[in-house]
Design a protein around this ligand. Sequence first.
Ligand code: PSV
Ligand code: MN
Length: 409
Amino acid sequence: MAVLSSLSNAMDSSQKECVLRSLDSLDIELPSWGFADTGTRFGKYYQPASAIDVYDKIKDAATVHRLTGACSSMAVHVLWDFTQEHSPESVCQAARKEGIGIGSINPNLFQDQSYKLGSFGNPDPQIRSQALHHCLDSIEIAKQCGSENITLWFADGTNYPGQDSIRRRKHAFETLLKQCHQALTSDQTLLIEYKPFEPAFYHTDVADWGMALCLAHKAGAQAKVLVDTGHHYGSQNIEQIVAWLLDEESLGGFHFNDRRYADDDLTLGSIDPYQVFRIFTEIHSFAKDLGSLPPIAYMIDQSHNLKPKIPAMIQTITWAQELYAKASLVPFDMLRDHQKRGAIIEAEQCLQRAFMTDVTDTLRVWRREHNLPEDPLAAYAASGYEDAITSDRVQRRKDLGIEPESTYA
Ligand code: PSV
Ligand code: MN
């Protein structure tokens, strides 16, 4: 009973303070591609308000930041966002003007036809060299933008047994990642993302966190692992992976999203919010032992095909804040004590009660303290921004001759 009463749903002042301070420490990067029209391999549903170019994406990301106060930077994908007329310099300037920064730089190692058999793993040395140079250029762009993170996701792999040598490809990755690492400045981090399937269907070169960790260790001290929550098989224990990577000082960052079947890019916590809470709990637990929060690049990697894009991002950020704040309420001293005694039910209740605690009032207090709207989604709906960008972007698409072939649903 003592456990239950001390973990009741109403928070005392020190718990409220804990929630407030935890919210101060959470900043989540938004993906530029989350504001543009995207779809599945079966097609796209176009949205009249979707971003046309990188400047629209910056404005949309800055709008989400102004309403939530929790996403001060936007990740860019090099080939999707930088063009002849959209140079890194002008893109960074535009972002600064809107009050956000350009965050992680994502090279594109999958779209060019030459990458049919892979990029770093390609059997052709010329294509491997092309991929390396694209990464080195991306590191240069990161320097120009003052970006600390270069995120490498490889679509590399094979579709059929025997198609290529798995070990030869591994060695090629080791060599090229080391070369990328050598080009980093001392404040930059190389984030290595893993994914067990898709687009390769037989083997993926960087299939899981263990492979990413091996590659990171061989590349150098500034290479870390990036955990995309959607890049796991159904029942995988992601919080365990997070705990291990934290302990190995190799957790570089996250790409947050949720999944039901594959890499669905659904809204964070829409399918399993308790899992997100458990991931955050591992981070707070590590911070408790360490005395401070570890540096982690939190990013969203979601492309909403059906939901309106900006409200979906606001929903994601506010939900992430809520789950992060709940996890900060886990009474770790009490939990350790129960763990020592093998008091399984009481230990589990420490997590369950924190998860069930209603932190919404304290979130509102935090928003008031930061001059933010108490209800960011409602504030967005009332702002008129969606109507304004809809008419602007519909007209601009007409002027540019890039209207979708069918009318909007
Ligand atoms: C690949 O599935 C991925 O997660 C990588 O992070 C890419 O950069 C991103 O999605 C593109 O949407
Ligand atoms: Mn990702």
